[in-house]
Design a protein around this ligand. Structure first.
Ligand SMILES: Cc1cc2nc3c(=O)[nH]c(=O)nc-3n(C[C@H](O)[C@H](O)[C@H](O)COP(=O)(O)OP(=O)(O)OC[C@H]3O[C@@H](n4cnc5c(N)ncnc54)[C@H](O)[C@@H]3O)c2cc1C
Length: 506
């Protein structure tokens, strides 16, 4: 926990709306600086006996997010691993299929932590919400914010069991209610214009199912991550290990390619991904439950800074601030990184007037890289409805850098410098500027190493024999002849900050 700034005036209270990962992390950071923190959550998953939600995909925490979480709560990664989470090297243990082929196997350094979302929630809550001055109100819904366009004074909440409304006063309100529309509605209701939102509604849908893999396949720890190509075929998927020898397969599609929720349809869809690795790994697997899923998820980034003014005291954290297509697994990672920004702000400004404007700015910075990495591809999906579009200049730069990143992706199938940079960017460990390092530029210029077997899933990870590499370093999806524009890909940042410069289309 951050040490409280002795100059912070006490007699202050904080309110956290939403008790998910973001809300729990925020409450813990605020606790030393205020007399009391109230966490309001409309669900009741927090108490003893609250079980996991049945339809949740595995949680993948990327290296930078894992390191941020460890800084916030030293020892938490060991605790997760001791409870059954897995630490997978990318690409030593986990195979990644980008739009231009499988990243070369054996890249050291990048990693992800995988576990069930329920385990992550339990461990984080266990370390956060038990503080003496934190109160959790479950089954209680935030209805509206109180105050005005200049200063927040708290929120009105409703007890869902009794319907009783009441007002909770606070000088700091962290809205961590997740990806719903309530967050922007509540802000506008303070007398402000509609909140500018960069929304990419590609009709994201996912289907997920838990399996026990055939023993000979499980022995190879065959985690795979097949990135979607939203500009063309938006199907993607992951197969990730979680606690108790269980593996969670998650299939993700966008409008027009939504994965079905019936058992036969699930396997058929898995077989139609850009590579059969995932469905092959499920051969002989024992399903441990039905297929679950959700539809109509939206990528969204809320831009409070474009409002004429933002009320003092307001901070958005987690998916309330930016939410991503779940296939990239960026939400929890960026939430941890953004919470570090909250910690730094509290240490520097206490609960003073500068706190919330500075923290909002720093949270936006913390989540910008992941947004820049994941959103360009989503924009290109023909079915995506976007509320903002990049300006002409940004589009031109995006095209040029897109072609360049395409070359890096091809090189990443076999040239270590390119693979390493891509892994670092995908795991949020380095900024997109890593693509411009001389060794990466050289790798991109040289192109894929024709003699290397970089275009098939790594054998240790994929649990099957390596097929001979395809000519010219192309993957089996037959990417030859695609238009250069298709090279603007998810999983690789194209124009750092281009989306930030996007302007409201209407
Ligand atoms: C399908 C899916 C898969 C994902 N996979 C990954 C992954 O692999 N890796 C990764 O890093 N991230 C992933 N994420 C994102 C990640 O889970 C979240 O970004 C992270 O947990 C932070 O979430 P949050 O706390 O902001 O929101 P949530 O977890 O949604 O929590 C919001 C909380 O607010 C409560 N709430 C909502 N409205 C109100 C209200 N009006 N009043 C009171 N309470 C309210 C809800 O009950 C909930 O408890 C995934 C997300 C989804 C949807």
């Amino acid at each position: 926990m951050a040490s409280p700034n002795p100059t912070s005036p006490k007699g202050r209270t904080a309110l956290v709306l939403g008790g998910g990962l973001a809300g729990a992390l925020a409450a813990y950071e605020l606790a030393p600086y205020v007399d009391s923190v109230t966490v309001v959550d409309r669900g009741h998953r927090h108490g003893p006996g609250a079980g996991p939600a049945p339809d949740e995909p595995a949680l993948m925490l990327h290296a930078a997010g894992a390191r941020a979480l460890e800084r916030l709560h030293p020892g938490i990664l060991d605790e997760l691993v001791a409870a059954g989470a897995h630490r997978l090297g990318m690409t030593t243990d986990m195979a990644v299929l980008t739009l231009r082929g499988w990243l070369a196997h054996g890249c050291e350094g990048g990693f992800v932590i995988t576990c069930s979302r329920d385990l992550a929630r339990r461990v984080v809550r266990g370390r956060t919400l038990g503080q003496a001055n934190i109160t959790v109100l479950e089954n209680t819904e935030a209805v509206s914010l109180t105050g005005d366009a200049y200063v927040l004074t708290g929120a009105v909440v409703r007890d869902r069991a009794t319907g009783r409304m009441r007002r909770l006063d606070a000088q700091i309100v962290v809205d961590a209610t997740g990806r719903g529309k309530g967050v922007t509605r509540r802000i506008s209701e303070l007398g402000l214009p509609p909140v500018p939102v960069d929304s990419l509604d590609g009709g994201i849908a996912y289907a997920t199912r838990t399996f026990r893999l055939a023993p000979h396949i499980a022995a190879g720890r065959p985690a795979v991550h097949i990135q979607p190509d939203p500009s063309n075929d938006s199907r993607g998927g992951t197969l990730l290990p979680v606690e108790g020898d269980r593996w969670i397969a998650t299939l993700v599609g966008m409008r027009g390619t939504e994965p079905p929720l019936d058992e036969a349809g699930f396997m058929k869809y898995a077989a139609r991904l850009r590579d059969p690795a995932l469905v092959e790994l499920l051969a002989g697997a024992e399903p441990l439950g039905p297929v679950h899923g959700r539809q109509s998820l939206v990528n969204r980034r809320v831009h409070l800074k474009w409002l004429p003014r933002v009320p003092k005291g307001l901070v958005l954290l987690g998916e309330a601030e930016t939410c991503f297509n779940p296939v990239y697994g960026y939400g929890a990672s960026t939430t941890a990184m953004a919470t570090l920004a909250l910690r730094r702000g509290l240490a520097r400004y206490g609960t003073g007037d500068k706190l919330t404007p500075r923290v909002r700015r720093d949270i936006a910075k913390a989540t910008m890289g992941a947004w820049g990495t994941s959103s360009p591809g989503e924009r290109r999906h023909p079915g995506t409805v976007a509320t903002m579009r990049p300006g002409r200049a940004a589009l031109a730069v995006m095209r040029v850098l897109g072609r360049y990143s395409d070359r890096v992706l091809r090189a990443g199938t076999s040239r270590p410098a390119a693979t390493r940079a891509l892994v670092d960017i995908i795991t949020l460990s380095r900024t997109p500027a890593a693509l411009l390092a001389p060794s990466v530029v050289l790798a991109a210029l040289r192109g894929p190493d024709e003699g290397a077997q970089g275009t098939t899933p790594p054998p240790a990870a994929a649990g099957r024999a390596v097929a001979p590499p395809h000519p010219r370093g192309l993957d089996r999806g037959g990417l030859q002849g695609r238009t250069p524009e298709a090279s603007v890909v998810p999983g690789v940042p194209v124009v750092p900050g281009a989306d930030e410069r996007a302007r409201q289309a209407h």
